[in-house]
Design a protein around this ligand. Structure first.
Ligand SMILES: [Mg+2]
Ligand SMILES: [Zn+2]
Length: 197
């Protein structure tokens, strides 16, 4: 993407291992080992980085807002340990039946970030591991990167089976980020060529 300004990341299954039983405490947090370096690269590319996460477990009473905040803090500090910088994070605490505007696949959290940090949502991409994430990107009309971590492999199979659509998968966030740095290196090279002629 030419004018890439921001990257949205789903949390569970993209940054940290997911659990079938929700991430309910700081002890459940396990950030993937490649994440902190990948975030550093994104930061060096000058991108704004956002986490967007559905956390209905709060409304379900599985944990409190305070625990939720501690879990985010732990994930963010582990993810930033190589000096990458997560610009901000957003979560939806509601139940599907609450019919809020923030729960993915709705666009609320993404549009809020674009408004707060003043960028064009069309200049962003989304990285996720679920069918819901894929639908979210479709609703926003932005490119989607399906990672194979978390539920990613199942997600590709489900979309193929139910919608007959082949979604390309990426091994993990690191590989997605490498594709960005390669395309920006290519751009830098071609700019150099132009300047040299
Ligand atoms: Mg996920
Ligand atoms: Zn919500």
């Amino acid at each position: 993407m030419k004018n890439l300004e921001a990257i949205f990341l789903d949390r569970d299954g993209v940054l940290n291992e997911d659990s079938d039983n929700y991430i309910r405490s700081v002890e459940d947090v396990s950030v993937y080992p490649f994440v902190s370096k990948a975030l550093k690269k994104l930061t060096d590319l000058g991108l704004k980085i956002f986490i967007t996460s559905n956390q209905s477990a709060i409304s379900r009473g599985y944990f409190t807002e305070e625990t939720n905040s501690d879990i985010f803090k732990k994930i963010i500090s582990d993810s930033e340990k190589d000096n990458g910088k997560i610009t901000d994070f957003y979560y939806c605490p509601h139940l599907p039946t609450d019919n809020c505007n923030c729960r993915k696949p709705k666009s609320g959290m993404f549009l809020q970030a674009a408004k707060e940090y003043k960028f064009d949502i069309n200049n962003s991409v989304y990285v996720g591991d679920s069918v819901c994430d894929w639908e979210t990107a479709k609703n926003l009309g932005i490119p989607f990167y399906l990672v194979e971590t978390g539920y990613g492999i199942e997600t590709a199979e489900t979309i193929k089976k139910e919608k007959n659509i082949e979604v390309k998968t990426w091994k993990n966030l690191k590989v997605v980020v490498e594709s960005f740095t390669q395309s920006s290196e290519r751009r830098a090279k071609s700019t150099k060529k132009k300047n040299n002629k």
